[in-house]
Design a protein around this ligand. Sequence first.
Ligand code: MD3
Ligand code: FE
Length: 201
Amino acid sequence: MQPDETISGFRIFREVLDRAAQEALVADLRAVAAAAPLFSPVTPFGRPMRVRMTSAGRYGWYSDRSGYRYERRHPSGRPWPDIPAPVLELWRRFVGSGRDPDCCLVNHYGEGARMGLHQDRDEADFGWPVVSLSLGDEALFRMGGTTRGGPTSSVWLRSGDVVVMGGEARLCYHGIDRIRFGSSTLLRGGGRVNLTLRVVD
Ligand code: MD3
Ligand code: FE
C-alpha cells in the first residue's frame, strides 16, 4: 500500500476510514471507555497531562510519579477491554498478520489539549511499527528526528487518517501542537480521539 505522504519516514494514509466506518468505531470506543473510563495520567514530574487516556488490549499505557510504563490493568483494578475488531483489522492491513498489537491507547483531546514532543520508548522491541488513527477534530502533528532539538516538520491530521511509524521513524520525536477544536462533527461536543497501536513485550 502506498502512503499519500511520507515525511521523515512517517507514512501518512489519508481518509482510510470513511464517515460510516468512523461512526461505527466511535460507538466501539464508547464501549471501551464505559469499561475502562478515561483518566488524566500524571507525568513523572507530577504534572497532570492535558490529554485524557484509556487503553484496550493486554496492556494499557500508564503514568504517575513512578514513571511511564505499561500496566495489565486499568487504575480501577479491572483488566483492559479487548481491542475492537475494526481496529485489529486496520493493524493487519498495514502491518500484516504476524503479530497483533498488545495495546490500543486511546487519547482524548479536548479544547486546548496538546502533547509535547516525545519519543515512544516504553516498548521492548522497536522493530514493530506503531500505527495511529485520528478521529474527530483536525490536529497539527509535529515530527522531528531521533534527537531532541533538531529540525521538525508539521502536518495536519484529519479524521480517518492513519500514520504508520516504522523503521527510522519509530524512535523519532513527535507531538501534537494543537487541535482545531470544533472542526469536525464526528464527536458530539467536539474534540479529537487518537488511537495508537503498539506491540509492547
Ligand atoms: C511516532 N500520540 O500516544 S499519534 C502517543 O496524536 C502519541 O495522540 C499522538 O504520540 C496523538 O504516544 C501522536 C502519532 C504517533 C504515535 C506513535 C509514534 C507518532 C509516533 C511512535 C513513534 C514515532
Ligand atoms: Fe507518542
